[in-house]
Design a protein. Structure first.
Length: 214
């Protein structure tokens, strides 16, 4: 059963990487540090071109199976020193969370990134969602969204579309990550914001008005 929402507006979920934050510079730097430390070559540019799925999936492309758990742990340990201060907000991120707040709702970040590293990004960049859920991917995101009664989930990946639909939420997509507009539409995105999150406040206002939510 969804958790009761004490607010009068909607609960809206957001992905983190390439939806709210451009984490490509920091993730690229972290992969390069891991490669230097481990002696295992990782094509950091290729890796950041396909952000979205769990870290383990990417590292399996580069490390022997028995070294993947170590590589995951080292990557996550290196991440704070290499990725937090080098990863900027994407345009419209602050305004998108503010729009949810103005509507009397709650914002939640649901990400495949582990919670502690996601929290560091949010704190450094001054983003303050009401809730944060980490280490979730695709349909697993849907469980957190459904539990909190989210009616909208905003993401940049086809996996985010699947997560939204698993929760019975609207899949609102932005083509700011590895998936282009055609891929997102083919995956079943309910809404595609042509100008990324910059379009979100206007869309949310129209959506709530049409639903009689204001």
């Amino acid at each position: 059963m969804p958790t009761t929402n004490p607010t009068t507006g909607p609960t809206v979920g957001f992905d983190l990487d390439m939806t709210l934050v451009d984490t490509r510079p920091g993730i690229r730097s972290t992969y390069r540090a891991l490669s230097e430390e481990s002696g295992v070559w990782v094509d950091a540019d290729l890796a950041v071109s396909r952000l979205g799925p769990p870290l383990t999936w990417e590292l399996k492309n580069w490390f022997p199976e028995d070294r993947v758990p170590w590589a995951v742990d080292r990557y996550r340990a290196l991440y704070p020193d290499h990725a937090i201060t080098t990863s900027p907000l994407l345009p419209g991120a602050v305004e998108a969370l503010d729009a949810v707040r103005r509507a009397g709702g709650r914002s939640m970040v649901v990400t495949a990134k582990i919670g502690v590293n996601a929290r560091m990004h949010l704190d450094f960049l001054g983003l303050a969602p009401d809730l944060l859920f980490g280490d979730l991917w695709a349909e697993a995101k849907g469980a957190a969204l459904r539990e909190q009664g989210a009616s909208v989930y905003v993401g940049d990946h086809v996996g985010d579309v699947r997560g939204a639909h698993a929760a019975g939420a609207l899949a609102v997509s932005v083509a700011t990550g590895p998936c282009d507009a055609d891929e997102l539409r083919e995956a079943g995105a309910d809404v595609l914001l042509a100008n990324g999150l910059k379009d979100f406040p206007g869309w949310l206002e129209e959506h709530l008005a049409a639903a009689g939510g204001r």
